[in-house]
Design a protein around this ligand. Structure first.
Ligand code: HMG
Ligand code: MG
Length: 299
């Protein structure tokens, strides 16, 4: 059966905006996050404490986070790639952080300038220190299904990274289809393998991109497996800087439309969310790619 409730992990302000060409002023980002919270989203990834040269779009993390950190009712996880990132996040009172590993060597190198094992070795003390301070830790795994340089990714390779992150103490995982090539059968296979390797479904979130229009089908396969945490990006913001054809994350509106039809609770007000994405699209100067945003805003 399907879950009664799904927790949406909103990534538009981070994964979305980090991949937009347009530089968004800090005050606009803060307003975006406030409007997302106003639409009923309770987990809103705010920004990344990464090297500003690597992701210039999020170089204002230290200015942005204090503008939103007291928002009532919303948890605001932030990405940290290393000790330096964690220190910056903790200094501003972050209560949830995420490390981000890769299932492939190529992307570990491109994204973190490290081999896969070197990056896991960097994360280990970061996760430990965060846990010691009572901070919730998410572990992302990118390129879980396909990689732009390596092609299809063997599930056992993904499982190894997932179990390493769990062994470090990550509270939850997010399985990223970073370039949006997965299909539903692969999702079932990976989730089944993770369970066999001792990773419980309760700690698994899914993170789909919609390059081939499969993000909702993949999400449904994950829900049927028992997954209850789904990542999505308001208005379908973003893309992937390393793969030209890759589109943005699954749009939160598309997700909410499907879940509402299935009678699955999310707490999200679809009208307010769509209005937020229309507003953000105006800030960016391009229309939202989300089918649901377009359908609901062209009346
Ligand atoms: P590096 O150049 O190897 O860093 O980059 P380093 O450790 O050699 O340090 C070099 C300099 O950077 C030093 O400064 C450090 O202090 C500084 P210097 O002493 O030379 O003046 N530095 C920092 N400054 C600010 N904040 C920091 C930080 N760390 C070092 N945190 C590094 C290694 C990891 C830092 C770099 O590669 C980086 O920032 N990468 C992040 C890239 C990124 O954010 N990518 C997007 C993530 S999205 C993703 O992965 C997929 C996901 O969305 C899921 C999906 O969609 O599927 C999660
Ligand atoms: Mg993404």
């Amino acid at each position: 059966g399907l879950p009664a409730r799904v927790r949406i992990h909103e990534v538009g302000a981070r994964d979305g905006l980090q991949n937009e060409k347009t530089a968004v002023p800090t005050a606009v980002k803060a307003e975006f996050i406030r409007r997302l919270a106003g639409a009923g989203l309770t987990t809103i990834e705010a920004t990344s404490f990464v090297h500003p040269k690597w992701v210039p779009q999020l170089a204002d993390a230290d200015e942005l986070f204090p503008l939103v950190s007291d928002l009532p009712g919303a948890a605001l996880p932030v990405l940290v790639p290393n000790r330096r990132g964690l220190d910056r996040a903790l200094a501003l009172g972050a209560e949830r952080v995420a490390v981000f590993a890769s299932a492939t060597e190529s992307f570990a190198k491109a994204n973190l300038n490290r081999t896969l094992d070197e990056s896991l070795a960097v994360f280990e003390p970061v996760v430990r220190q965060a846990k010691d301070q009572g901070v919730h830790v998410r572990g992302y795994v990118s390129m879980c299904f396909g990689d732009p340089w390596e092609g299809p990714v063997p599930p056992h390779q993904v499982a190894r990274v997932c179990t390493a992150l769990r062994d470090m103490g990550c509270d939850e995982l997010s399985l990223g289809d970073t370039i949006g090539v997965a299909t539903a059968g692969q999702v079932r296979e990976l989730l089944g393998l993770l369970n066999e390797r001792g990773v419980p479904t309760e700690v698994i979130g899914v993170h789909f991109h919609d390059t081939y229009g499969q993000a909702l089908a993949n999400t449904l396969a994950a829900l049927q497996h028992g997954v209850t945490t789904v990542d999505a990006s308001a208005g379908g913001l973003g893309g992937c800087p390393y793969a030209k054809s890759a589109t943005g994350n699954l749009a939160t509106e598309d997700l909410v439309w499907m879940l509402r039809g299935l009678g699955i609770e999310t707490g999200v007000d679809l009208g307010r969310l769509t209005a937020t994405s229309v507003w953000m699209a105006e800030q960016l100067g391009r229309p939202s790619p989300s089918r649901t945003v377009r359908a609901l805003s062209h009346k």
